[in-house]
Design a protein around this ligand. Structure first.
Ligand SMILES: [Zn+2]
Ligand SMILES: [Zn+2]
Length: 478
């Protein structure tokens, strides 16, 4: 009689630089025939369910699913970024009510701040199209109820076939590297390690390495992100943010610093604080923080939403003022001519008070606009960067990136002793290819770039294969 084997099928829900969602299906051996001869039950599950950004067909991508969204029995949410959680409320409105395992800080950030943002974005989209919102406060609350907050470094038992562990990840507070172990009597375990968006360090908290025992596990497959898969640390430009800000202020200019609300804003404030402590940035220059979500998120950082490094607790710079409302913003813009710093959301410049500051200052020779994140070409900052007619100074920098560079990603994969497959996703095509190339040089595992057109089948005896996904099928894997 043939040896029993577990099958695990994996497909990317849709292709995109961001906008993450993987559909997996664990198929177990048994006596009753179902779908595949000799296999009896299956547990479909979902890793992340994010929104897409900056694509032509973005509306279609963000309002649909490429599979039966009611079928996953559970889900893993790797962290609280919109491109990973943005479509869960939509999933709720279409009948998905499964538990979503995530970490305590991720649930806190979502419940306290970001889910309301998500609802605002959907309402804005519906208004623009003169259509009904696809979900409401009810679905937001349903999603909150579905989230199962978990501790790091603890075994979470989903059922007797599946266990989950969350480990440290420096990408943003609450982000986790996830291990899913799939077991069945008389079969070898299968172990899936999911990096989510990944970094091995963070200014605000300690990022412990993975425990040694994880490297000894049998049948390991890694799903790894590749945002900077083609970038080596040595490719990065010199750090310039503080120098640019200090120079502009000394020339009497006002600095506009658009920053993403979660992580980036707090990192920018912390950098300004360190510059003050080192007497590089004179504390007489006022710093203003504007943007409801950024202000609220900053207060969650202060109020212990996650375990912060003791040195980082005092991260707010001196002479920092919160911009309370439009009246105060208008006063600062129109009646305060002193050189100062505005840190405001959004980081793309396309939403929130950043738009107001950019519009007001872009043609002012006494202003400097400093991007702090990736610039999408069709964002406000993207258009500004490519517009030679603007008068204000414009700078950008890659020094704030929350994603690991190529060598860190390669080092993540290297120590697994029983690595069978690596699946690459999240990033430009070129970055994925370059990461695949450098991984091929260091390991014997089969390296795949995830795609929504293919199903990748892993088997507990260590073999794997891939085959086309039928695009008209709602349930991709049977
Ligand atoms: Zn992401
Ligand atoms: Zn992220």
């Amino acid at each position: 009689m043939a040896k029993k084997r577990i099958i695990l099928d994996l497909t990317d829900e849709k292709d995109g630089v961001t906008g993450t969602g993987q559909y997996l299906n664990a198929i177990f051996p048994g006596k009753v025939l179902c779908g595949i001869a000799g296999y009896t039950k299956n547990i479909p599950f979902l890793v992340d369910c994010g929104s897409f950004q900056g694509l032509d067909n973005i509306d279609q991508l963000n309002t649909t699913f490429n599979f039966d969204i009611t079928s996953p029995e559970f889900s893993i949410l790797t962290h609280a970024h919109l491109d990973h959680y943005g479509r869960y409320p939509l999933a709720m409105s279409q009948g998905f009510h499964a538990p979503v395992f995530t970490t305590y800080p991720t649930k806190t950030f979502l419940s306290e701040v970001f889910l309301q943002d998500c609802l605002k974005i959907e309402k804005r989209r519906a208004k623009k199209l003169d259509a009904q919102s696809l979900y409401t406060e009810t679905e937001i609350q349903e999603f909150e109820h579905c989230m199962v907050p978990c501790n790091f470094n603890q075994k979470i038992v989903y059922n007797h076939n599946i266990t989950i562990h969350f480990f440290d990840n420096g990408h943003v507070p609450g982000a986790a590297v996830t291990l899913i172990t799939i077991s069945y009597p008389d079969c070898e375990d299968m172990n899936i390690v999911i990096t989510g968006d990944y970094n091995n360090r963070n200014d605000f908290f300690q990022v412990k390495p993975l425990p040694e025992w994880i490297y000894e596990l049998p049948n390991v497959s890694v799903i790894i992100e590749a945002t900077y898969g083609g970038t080596k640390s040595s490719d990065l430009r010199e750090k310039c943010f503080i120098d640019n800000v200090v120079r502009a202020l000394s020339e009497g200019k006002t600095c506009i610093v658009p920053a993403f609300s979660f992580g980036r804003t707090q990192e920018v404030l912390y950098k300004l604080k360190i510059a003050q402590d080192m007497c590089i940035l004179p504390p007489r220059f006022e710093i203003f923080l504007d943007g409801k979500t950024a202000i609220h998120t900053t207060s969650l950082f202060q109020n212990g939403a996650f375990k912060m490094h003791p040195n980082a607790k005092d991260f707010l710079p001196d002479n920092l003022t919160i911009v309370e409302d439009k009246t105060m913003r208008n006063f600062l813009i129109h009646e305060n001519y002193l050189p100062k710093i505005f840190v405001s959301s959004s980081g793309s410049g396309s939403y929130g008070p950043s738009q107001t500051y950019i519009n007001k200052y872009m043609n002012n020779p006494m202003a400097m606009i400093h991007a702090t994140g990736h610039i999408f070409p069709d964002s406000k900052l993207g258009r500004l960067r490519d517009d030679d007619s603007i008068v204000a100074q414009f700078f950008d920098t890659d020094e704030f990136s929350a994603h690991a560079k190529q060598e860190v990603l390669v080092d993540f994969v290297k120590p697994f002793k029983n690595l069978k497959s690596v699946f690459i996703h999240h990033g430009e095509d070129e970055s994925k290819k370059e990461l695949a190339y450098s991984l091929k040089e260091i390991c014997n595992a089969s390296i795949h770039i995830l795609s929504s057109n293919k199903v990748f089948r892993m088997i507990s005896d260590g073999t794997s294969e891939e085959f086309p996904r039928f695009s008209d099928s709602n349930v991709p894997i049977r």
